[in-house]
Design a protein around this ligand. Structure first.
Ligand code: FAD
Length: 404
């Protein structure tokens, strides 16, 4: 047994996806000594681990799309563009950008390093300790053994809400028995570069392959292409289920090459406020709005395998700071898909573009909490505005050009 190493920070962020990187960078930039803990060997979360290769939620979905997320997300886009690793914005149902996941790893490393974030890779959060109604420390496990890390404030950007759960704060799995279905994002190889790829061609090819009872993926040299379809979805996938034998991911895995099964929804924090379907439909505004939701409510129903795509009623809705604040632990913030939304709203605010925005807000709030012992929504909004975040849904920047 190796001795437990002890360390201390102002802010610890768990999870190095879009939300976690934005949280850690935002906290460090306002002076908090910040640690970012990531289980994988690189940053990016679903963008680099699960073949999710488009950032959604960055632009409004109307006829003239405008930016809805600023700040750190736009810095990431600019750096990806400078590397020639970004295409878009494009429109297909929604408005999104497409990126090269290897470039995402590099850009997120750079942005975290420049901000002075300490990054711990290959490090899994395994426990959290409470002191009354605050989290006092977390334990992470890396290849040198356990580390106990104290901090004054914490952000859960793990996607699965592991930190909130281990801290004994209130969480729930999905929403009232509904859970947004998981899908295995896949990449197909052996496609000659000159062959044009479109959704219609994919559907035709998959139908033809099924008709031939096609079972294995071709492993030929050539270009690779991403795909997420009903064929690679699993109505019984649960990220909490690690029991061998049940293996809900194994059926889709037989169809194609893939990395890790994609989770659209898991545990949420039970926060001081839950963003609702009504907020999305009415374009709700809140005095403590710290991010804008712009993506549609995209719920993939495991019961029917059908998908909804209900756009926000007035292009954007506010996500209030209270939706990121644990209702029973004072120094604990949630960001990305762990934030509190009901079935409809959660199915919108979960996307990676919006995760950058809620992450940045959670990082600023955690840094303020670490410095002052409390959080003022006005001060968080001011600090976010100074970091380039977009908070005023009624006065967005001008329209962007959509690529054909
Ligand atoms: C099939 C599919 C398609 C999707 N399509 C899109 C799309 O096109 N565009 C879009 O924007 N969004 C899409 N989404 C949604 C999106 O991928 C997620 O909702 C989004 O990644 C949430 O960001 P996040 O930062 O909260 O979490 P994640 O990106 O999941 O990052 C969480 C990170 O935390 C780490 N972590 C987890 N537990 C621990 C632990 N205990 N200790 C340490 N680290 C831990 C993980 O390794 C991971 O890196 C899709 C999702 C799926 C499943």
């Amino acid at each position: 047994m190796h001795p437990t190493r002890a360390e201390s920070y102002d802010v610890v962020v768990v999870g190095g996806g879009s939300a976690g990187v934005a949280a850690a960078v935002a906290a460090a930039r306002i002076g908090a000594r910040t640690l970012l803990v990531e289980a994988a060997g690189f940053l990016g979360g679903a963008a680099t681990l699960r073949n999710v290769l488009t950032y959604c939620g960055l632009y409004t979905l109307g006829p003239k799309p405008r930016p809805a997320v600023g700040g750190i997300a736009q810095e990431v886009l600019a750096a990806l563009r400078a590397l020639g690793a970004l295409v878009g914005p494009k429109r297909f149902r929604g408005v999104f950008v497409v990126f090269d996941p290897e470039a995402v790893k590099r850009v997120l490393d750079d942005i975290a390093l420049e901000a002075g974030v300490d990054v711990l890779l290959h490090a899994l959060l395994i426990a959290a300790e409470r002191d009354g109604n605050a989290v006092r420390a977390v334990t992470v496990q890396d290849r040198s053994g356990p580390r106990r890390i104290e901090a004054r404030a914490f952000v859960d950007a793990s996607g699965d809400c592991d930190l909130v759960y281990f801290a004994g704060a209130s969480t729930r799995y999905g929403n009232r028995g509904f859970i947004n279905m998981g899908t295995l994002g896949t990449r197909f190889g052996g496609i000659p570069r000159e062959v044009p790829v479109s959704a219609a061609r994919w559907s035709k090819a998959i139908r033809a392959a099924k008709a031939r009872a096609f079972r294995t993926s071709p492993k030929k040299p050539g270009s690779w292409c991403g795909c997420r379809s009903r064929a690679t979805s699993s109505p019984i996938w649960s990220p909490r289920n690690t029991t061998p034998g049940t293996r809900p991911a194994s059926a889709p895995r037989r169809c194609a090459d893939a990395a890790r099964f994609g989770t659209r929804e898991s545990r949420h924090v039970d926060a001081l406020y839950q963003v609702t379907a009504e907020d999305l439909r009415s374009g709700a505004r809140f005095p403590d709005g710290i991010a804008l939701g712009a993506w549609a409510s995209e719920f993939h129903d495991p019961a029917t395998l059908g998908s909804s795509f209900e756009k926000p009623g007035s292009e954007t809705y506010d996500i209030p700071l209270r939706a990121l604040m644990s209702r029973d632990v004072s120094n604990l913030f949630a960001a990305g898909r762990t934030a509190d939304g009901d079935r409809m709203a959660g199915a919108s605010l979960r996307v990676m573009g919006t995760a950058f925005a809620t992450g940045q807000a959670a990082g600023v709030a955690a840094a303020h909490c670490a410095a002052q012992g409390s959080v003022s929504a006005d001060e968080v909004r001011k600090a976010l505005a100074a970091q380039g975040a977009l908070l005023d849904g009624e006065n967005l920047p001008g329209p962007v050009a959509i690529e054909a």
